[in-house]
Design a protein around this ligand. Structure first.
Ligand SMILES: Cc1cc2nc3c(=O)[nH]c(=O)nc-3n(C[C@H](O)[C@H](O)[C@H](O)COP(=O)(O)OP(=O)(O)OC[C@H]3O[C@@H](n4cnc5c(N)ncnc54)[C@H](O)[C@@H]3O)c2cc1C
Length: 370
């Protein structure tokens, strides 16, 4: 791209911080940097016309972990690590709500439910037998018993007659959250350039040279917030994980309210605008879904539709309105990677399926490293 003197001077010169990625992490990183260094010049480079990863594609669950997820996490993480992760989610969500306001993001504390498939006796029995031990473990954080079992009064089919309820879980309007975050960042004079892909970078003593698909620029510091796409900039510990979603057209008198986890969280659904949003099914075809390519597949979309018909809305007519996918960043460990990579380069990536809860905190922590 042949840039003018004015373009170069105004947008691409004397940059203190360049952030790659305008998802929840990149935007929160920018906000925190501006707070720490009010006079600094901050630039965000984003490859999509909108944020184009997970932050505008997700299900909007403001959650901390279902009972089966916490039991499962305790198999591969220590008690301390699991508690630390839950505290991070609570903290992160608090920052998000304080930063933007509950009304703006349409935060609603409708509670969360874990449903157990009729055939999955083992998981159901394990959750029932571990319920009180996990409640005890979490008591110091919540000052209450988090998980209790309730009768299935939403009329779901093919599931056990009771489900596990968590009154602390909430939901937000993802679009409203991201729109408000973008507005806040831009109101502080932080520039966002869309349709710019960062291809590589090289560091010398005082600065980082950043090569994009359109131009090269120098920046004093570089913060990488590209999550599921992190491998493109050589962050090998992050695997991409595509997640597919669909949403129904509005349904008259929709009786389902809350956030729902089914089959160990492999499926998740919620109400929004009198519709049901349903996602998941990655485990049906893990290998194909380990990709940064946005797409829907028949195997997963058919299963999601089947679940709506047989389990979630067995007696209600519905039509599918939209289908889409998003790209998450996952890894062997659940905790995010917030790290200084070299003198002037930092990253905040691998948020898994919990970016709404931890994204604001990870962005802040990333900025605090710089
Ligand atoms: C379908 C789905 C449902 C989900 N549901 C929930 C949920 O209910 N609750 C929850 O807490 N979490 C959920 N998540 C996870 C959550 O959305 C993510 O953890 C979170 O959005 C990650 O934010 P991020 O800013 O790290 O990454 P992203 O939002 O992916 O942002 C990274 C940005 O970097 C840009 N980028 C990447 N590479 C480059 C490059 N080389 N140059 C320039 N720009 C680049 C991308 O375009 C993208 O906009 C879900 C995710 C998906 C996909």
């Amino acid at each position: 791209m042949n840039l003018s003197y004015w373009e170069t001077k105004t947008w691409l010169t004397n940059i203190d911080f360049t952030i790659v990625g305008s998802g929840i992490v990149g935007l929160n990183c920018a906000l925190q940097l501006k707070q720490r260094f009010p006079k600094s010049k901050i630039l965000i480079l984003e490859k999509g016309i909108l944020p184009q990863g997970a932050s505008t594609k997700n299900a909007g669950f403001a959650c901390f972990g279902s009972l089966s997820e916490i039991i499962d996490d305790l198999q591969s993480h220590s008690k301390e690590e699991v508690l630390e992760l839950i505290k991070k989610r609570i903290n992160g969500l608090q920052i998000l709500r304080e930063n933007l306001g509950d009304k703006t993001i349409d935060y609603q504390n409708l509670g969360g439910y874990e449903l157990f498939l009729e055939l999955d006796k083992t998981l159901y029995d394990t959750c029932k037998s571990e319920q009180s031990a996990i409640n005890k473990l979490l008591f110091p954080i919540y000052n209450a018993n988090v998980f209790l079992f309730k009768d299935n009064d939403f009329g779901f089919k093919n599931i056990k007659s009771d489900y596990c309820f968590n009154p602390f879980e909430g939901q937000i309007d993802t679009g409203k959250m991201m729109s408000a975050l973008l507005k806040k960042v831009q109101s502080l004079g932080i520039k966002i350039l869309n349709n710019i892909t960062v291809e590589s970078y090289a560091e010398d003593v005082n600065a980082v040279t950043i090569k994009t698909n359109q131009f090269e620029l120098k920046s004093k510091n570089l913060c990488i917030a590209t999550n599921g796409f992190a491998r493109h900039l050589n962050l090998e510990k992050v695997q991409p994980a595509r997640a597919q979603v669909l949403i129904t057209k509005p349904i008259d008198n929709l009786h389902i309210k809350g956030t729902f986890h089914l089959d160990q969280g492999y499926y998740y659904f919620r109400n929004i605008d009198n519709r049901v949003l349903l996602g998941g099914g990655r485990h049906l075809d893990f290998k194909t879904e380990e990709t940064t390519v946005f797409a829907q597949t028949e195997i997963i979309q058919n299963k999601l539709e089947d679940l709506l018909k047989t389990t979630i809305l067995p007696t209600t007519n519905f039509e599918i309105d939209y289908r889409w996918s998003g790209i998450m960043g996952v890894g062997k460990q659940k905790n995010p990677i917030v790290q200084q990579l070299s003198n002037h380069v930092f990253c905040g990536v691998r948020l898994g399926g919990m970016g709404i809860a931890i994204g604001s905190l990870v962005g802040k922590e990333l900025a605090d490293l710089a």
